[in-house]
Design a protein around this ligand. Structure first.
Ligand code: GTQ
Length: 329
């Protein structure tokens, strides 16, 4: 009796094993062995919490300026690569990089399907020319390059000041929808004329004014076009003010973020959706850090440093358009 059972068990085991091993040849796989991964108990971003100190990355960017020209590189950018992923992922849905243009240089005109927004970090007399509008860059400006718009960048500073900004692009999207492509323009520059104001430029002063006009220790401002729409169909941006010596309420959203510190000193406490991995990211002016989707975040501004202003690129338009927005305070 015992013997019969053993034989049938081992027959059964053999049958099970040969069943599983027969699957890959037919390009099929058993869902039940990985159902948790497919429909997890909580959102499961692949991106980790990461930060880039400006004081550490800027020297590398300036070294890049010594070894390659802006024109030769086409775009001289140090990509901010999430340590759990590879380029182009800064978060699961956002690409970010730091771009450098030295005086007299041109990053030649091209256009692509991908949307780009730029947050200007430092420099003077730099410009982005977008589809004929030559837009001067000033610290704190957000400048858009909508999909399929010709754009070139330059720096006309006479005192040797480098122009540096943060790029935010929707490049990760094109890993899912492989529809991004680029076209170079025949000349270095696409013909443009200087403009003072543009629907593509969002100066910092007006953003800060909005934030300061909201009462209380914490304020948030969502960048929008005049018609109320997000900055693009894929990525948009926000800015937050945290009063000195205060902590913002913990919040989590299905949106992911690339934060960039405009001004102030403090730290953010970030808890990943697994409810276990918590990290404290210390920051000061010009640092950049990630908040993965559904990570709980609160920002603390040190008392002695004055109030903090945090800028962030987000993927809100995509998440909203797909009906996937959720938020918990
Ligand atoms: O400035 O056009 O960081 O095409 C990556 C790809 C910047 C740009 C990036 C780009 C650009």
């Amino acid at each position: 009796m015992t013997e019969t059972t053993t034989t049938s068990d081992s027959n059964n085991n053999n049958a099970v094993e040969s069943f599983y091993s027969s699957l890959p040849q037919q390009n099929v796989a058993a869902l039940w062995t990985q159902l948790d991964k497919m429909v997890p108990p909580h959102p499961n971003p692949s991106a980790s919490i990461a930060s880039w100190k400006y004081d550490e990355v800027k020297p590398l960017l300036l070294s890049a300026g010594d070894i390659i020209g802006a024109e030769e590189a086409e775009r001289r950018v140090l990509m901010l690569v999430n340590p759990s992923l590879t380029a182009p992922y800064t978060t699961d849905s956002i690409y970010a990089g730091l771009q450098l243009i030295l005086p007299g240089e041109i990053a030649p005109a091209h256009r692509h399907v991908a949307f780009a927004l730029r947050f200007i970090i430092e420099g003077a007399d730099g410009f982005t020319a977008v589809e004929g509008e030559k837009i001067t860059m000033e610290r704190g400006d957000v400048i858009l390059t909508p999909s399929w718009h010709w754009h070139d960048h330059g720096n006309e500073n006479k005192e040797g000041k480098p122009m540096i900004w943060l790029d935010g692009l929707d490049l990760p999207l094109y890993r899912y929808l492989p529809v991004n492509f680029a076209e170079p323009y025949a000349d270095k520059r696409y013909p443009s004329t200087p403009v003072k104001e543009s629907r593509l430029r969002f100066p910092w002063a007006s953003v800060q004014k909005q934030l300061d006009s909201i009462e209380g220790d914490y304020a948030i401002y969502h960048y929008r076009h005049e018609d109320g729409s997000h900055l693009s169909k894929t990525l948009s941006a926000q800015a937050e003010r945290i009063a000195a010596g205060t902590v913002s309420k913990r919040k989590r959203e299905t949106t992911s973020f690339v934060y960039h510190v405009y001004e102030g000193k403090g730290y953010s406490t970030i808890l990943l959706p697994d409810g276990e991995t918590e990290q404290v990211v210390e920051w000061k002016s010009r640092d950049t850090f990630t908040v993965p989707a559904w990570a709980q975040v609160s920002h603390t501004c040190y008392q002695e440093a004055g109030q903090a202003y945090l800028f962030a690129v987000n993927d809100r338009p995509m998440v909203e358009a797909l009906g996937l927005s959720r938020e918990q305070q």
